[in-house]
Design a protein around this ligand. Sequence first.
Ligand SMILES: C[S@@+](CC[C@H](N)C(=O)[O-])C[C@H]1O[C@@H](n2cnc3c(N)ncnc32)[C@H](O)[C@@H]1O
Length: 207
Amino acid sequence: MMPETIPGALDFPATQKNRQVIGDVLSEIFDPESHLRLLEVASGSGQHAVYFASRFPNWTIQPTDIAQEHLNSISAYTEHQGLSNVLPPQKVDVSADEWNLEGSFDGLWAINLIHISPWECTLGLLQNTRNILNPGGLLYLYGAYRRNGEHTSDSNRAFDQSLRASNPTWGVRCLDELTETAQQHGFRLQQVIQMPANNLSVVFQAV
Ligand SMILES: C[S@@+](CC[C@H](N)C(=O)[O-])C[C@H]1O[C@@H](n2cnc3c(N)ncnc32)[C@H](O)[C@@H]1O
C-alpha cells in the first residue's frame, strides 16, 4: 500500500533506503528476542517506527516528534498496519528541559535529527535521554558526521553547506565534539559503525 492511499500518511523517501541497514544495526545493539521498551525521537513520517515494529515484534516502540503533521502520519501508518507494539505518538520537543513521557526506556534512537536541528536539540537530547534511560541503556544516533573536524566526503561537505544555507543553526556535527559533550552528560561512546552513503551509526551507553 502506497503512502498516498493512507489518509494523513507522509512519505519520507530516505526511510525506504536506510531502514533495512539501520534495522540491522538496531538488531545487533538491542536483542530482538527481548521485550524492550524503546523510544524514537524525531520520528518524522513514522515509516521507520512501523518498519522496526513489524520486523521486531517483541519491542514496544514509543514514537515522538515535535510536528503535529508528523504525529498524525505516525498514527495513520500504525493504524493502517494494525501494529499493537507502536504506542500512540507523543509530542516531544527534544530541546525541552523535560520530556513529558511515561516510564523509562531500554534504549532510544534519533535518526537524521542532530544535523537538522540547532545544537540545543543535541544538548536536550543528551540530558533527557540520560534521565529517561534504564541503567546501561543505549542511545543510537544515525546521520552524517565530521571526524577530527573534517568532512569525510565531498557529498557530506555539500550537504553541510546546504543545511547551513537553510538554517545557520543546522549543520553536520563533529563526532569528536559530540562524544565529548555526551561524556559530560554521563555517556560513553560504545560503537561507531560505517553506514552506506557516508553516514554513521553512533552508539552511546549510559554509565
Ligand atoms: C530529517 S527529519 C527525520 C525524520 C525521521 N527520523 C527520518 O529519518 O525519516 C527531522 C525530524 O526532526 C523533527 N524535529 C526537528 N526539531 C525537533 C525538535 N526540537 N524536537 C523533536 N523533533 C524535532 C522534525 O519534525 C522531523 O520529523
